[in-house]
Design a protein around this ligand. Sequence first.
Ligand code: FAD
Length: 421
Amino acid sequence: MREYDIVVVGGGPAGCMAAKYAAKAGASTLIIEENSAIGEPVQCAGLISKRAIEESELKNIGSFVNRELKGAIVHSQSHELRIESLSPDKRAFAIRRDIFDGELAKAAMDEGAELILNSKVKHVKKGRERKGAKLTILAAAPTTSTGVNLEENGIKANVVIGADGWRSGIARMAGLTVTKNFLNCVQIEGQYEIHEPVADIFVGKTIAPGFFAWVIPIGETTARIGLCIDKRFSPHPNPLPFLKRILSEHPIIAAKYKGTQSKFTAGAIPIPTERQKTVKTEDGTGILLVGDAAAQIKPVTGGGVYYGMKCGKIAGEAAARACLERNMELLDGYEKRWQEEIGAEMAFGLKIHRLRCALGDKDFDRMCQALSKYDMIQRITNRGDMDYPSFVFHELLKNPNIFMLMAKSIIKYLYAKRKIR
Ligand SMILES: Cc1cc2nc3c(=O)[nH]c(=O)nc-3n(C[C@H](O)[C@H](O)[C@H](O)COP(=O)(O)OP(=O)(O)OC[C@H]3O[C@@H](n4cnc5c(N)ncnc54)[C@H](O)[C@@H]3O)c2cc1C
């Protein structure tokens, strides 16, 4: 039976980055991916920051960037808020996730990680060996190209990194369920009238309850159009009727959308909780969760690529150290480090998300109107950061008008907090 120090389940951005950093640190590392190609099927709007591109450490940016975007326009029912960044450092990029993820996997393999495709991990079980305990990873797959029968024999490892996305079977197998709440999302690509390279964001309970809709230009005449809903605040749990409605009835979207559709995708984004547990150690073995499997996403925007890669690096390094030093207690350092890096931001984002869930269309209008004032726009432009949005929210609360608006929403927020955990 083949043995590795570390098996990473899932070849998305979090898993590839974890594998890259584990292999780089000297641990024998294998990625097991259930799909036949890395990065497919795509379930993402592909909007990431320049910082996220830097975090990816990929050089051939032109191969996966669709378009550079200079800002965003937030539309409420009767107002719009234009946030444009003059600094190239704050720009965002629409990317092709299939190519991006493929490049991340190649980078992991360049560091020595191995990859098995077409193999869905079904079971992780602990067994005792002569040299100590090991995890056996069994996957539903016939004999692979490398000659390993994963179904019968499995693969052994000291550490399993569950980077298997929002449905994470590894989290369930390890008893590490991190969240029960998800945003339900749908998206299409279609022909769209585009005047400038900005992302359009549409807020409102009637448009996308508990979240927002987006139009992201990816070419001169093509855009990704999608939305997510938080079903706890929606009259029904399916986001598709909301998408159909904005495509046919929204005054801006329906006027610009040309009716052609391709690449329909439906997926989910985990909503983190305050009680995340992402490490389990037992008898000299360890299981870590990373990326969507650990609900490491930004609750304000739903973005998970940047945090997934960032936490993947920490997970890969911690797992390699634990294996090489034969000390599984070192794995606890992973949870401590990722919490230090993004825990406060996620907790603050969660509060903003709850507040947003409680707001009605008129509240969004008032908010957009108040924020449209020149000094507010300046603050948003100067301090706004799509990866760390709490900076700008703290800044905005210094304005008495915004503070009063938020204060009025507190009652709704408290009501929302009672309704959701
Ligand atoms: C509609 C939509 C739009 C989004 N837009 C954005 C955006 O614009 N920007 C952004 O940053 N984020 C966005 N996200 C979130 C982003 O896609 C995720 O946060 C990100 O993909 C998480 O990366 P990951 O590596 O943790 O998981 P994933 O990318 O989901 O990768 C998990 C991998 O594990 C594999 N896998 C699962 N189970 C098994 C198993 N048992 N055995 C083997 N392999 C398995 C899967 O096939 C998959 O390849 C969006 C999400 C959705 C649904």
